[in-house]
Design a binder for this molecule. Structure first.
Ligand SMILES: [Zn+2]
Length: 57
């Protein structure tokens, strides 16, 4: 099975996506940035929206 290599838009690391899907959120293994797949063929990434999680305090 062949994955798709994409480049992290934060640090430039190569990330392999086995089955990229539009709307998928991936974490860069190098810098931990959350990236959203906004287009799947070819794959285009953008920074995932940073939602302030309220951890219930
Ligand atoms: Zn990165």
């Amino acid at each position: 099975m062949r994955g798709t290599m994409v480049e992290c838009i934060e640090c430039g690391a190569q990330i392999e996506l086995s089955e990229p899907e539009q709307g998928e959120i991936v974490d860069c293994p190098e810098c931990g940035t959350e990236l959203e797949v906004i287009q799947d063929n070819p794959v285009v990434l953008q920074f995932a929206p940073q939602e302030e999680e309220d951890w219930g305090e």
